[in-house]
Design a protein around this ligand. Sequence first.
Ligand SMILES: *Cc1c(COP(=O)(O)O)cnc(C)c1O
Length: 372
Amino acid sequence: MIPFNKPVQLGSELTDIGRAFVGGQTAGCGPLGEACEARLQAMVGCRALLVSSCTHALEMAALLLEVGPEDEVIVPSFTFVSTANAFVLRGARPVFADVDENGNLDVGEVERLRTARTRAICVVHYAGNSCDMDALRVAARGLPIIEDAAQALGAEFRGKPLGTLGFAGAISFHETKNVGCGEGGALLLPAGELAERAEYLREKGTNRRRFHEGLVDKYTWVDVGSSYVLSELNAAYLSPQLEAFAKIQERRHAVFRAYQQALEEPAERAGAALLGIPAGNTPNAHLFALVFRNGKQRTDYIRHMRENGILTPFHYVALHLSPMGQRFHDGRPLPVSERLTDCLVRLPLFFNITNSEVDTVIGRTLEFLRGV
Ligand SMILES: *Cc1c(COP(=O)(O)O)cnc(C)c1O
């Protein structure tokens, strides 16, 4: 079987994690966690807090913004549940916006959906491709923008790292992302002054971090909070991948280009298309997607690939169609989100995929496209 994803393997993982274990600190905020934060900060150019997931980074952003029960937050419908849940947990209502052909929030929706209650906009840089952040900032007219940059480490919009362009950015180190440590994430804080409060939230509402740094002489309860710290064992797994980021990215880009060169024209001849890369982007080869003409064509493709030992999953089920999403949605159709729900499929793309596996995926896909 060729899986859709395999966690990155650099080869030194057992040694790295073993060394952290023998070193005696397995809880978070140890030397390896700090090394990850330093490396991330150098990559993105702003304050980065290592946390236990992107989901938790989004929850922290909602806490920092003090989103509450009277509030509405505009989110794209075509996304992972965490984008909406972070605000639902605070009692707010997610207002589902449609996306554009690239799977990113349709900026025109902001004007249509905003009300006196709109507290924030949460965008998703789908596939590591940026929303048009300039147009969005104009449409937002001062509303804070949170970036779900779960998929976007290494990607840029007009030369600026994604996740650093709004109020806060959330990165994921889930095993399916470009670099991963099982479960993990980071909260990016372009406004550095939010970092002190963010550290309290991460440390169960305590000032433990400041205590360890000798900045206060008592370690005590100072704020609300939860346990959002990343374990040192996960940091030991993550740290070498951040060091090897250029190498990981080079491989992913090579696989992405191979798919693109082989499949773009045949896909179009079959009435399908590659997911577009919008202007202004420096993409990060997070995901290679085909968008078929209709749901049947996609189902047939997934079956064809599976029969040939290749896993090509789809996602997402647009949130406004989900059982939970329907509780918040007014029933308005969101045609592009619905079409991507039915027609989009993802091809295997991971660091350790072999050239012969890539060739097999291409060969089997061409075989299918020629038959439609
Ligand atoms: C992966 C992903 C998440 C969740 O990340 P976790 O680290 O698993 O919490 C959230 N949003 C998007 C868009 C994602 O792709």
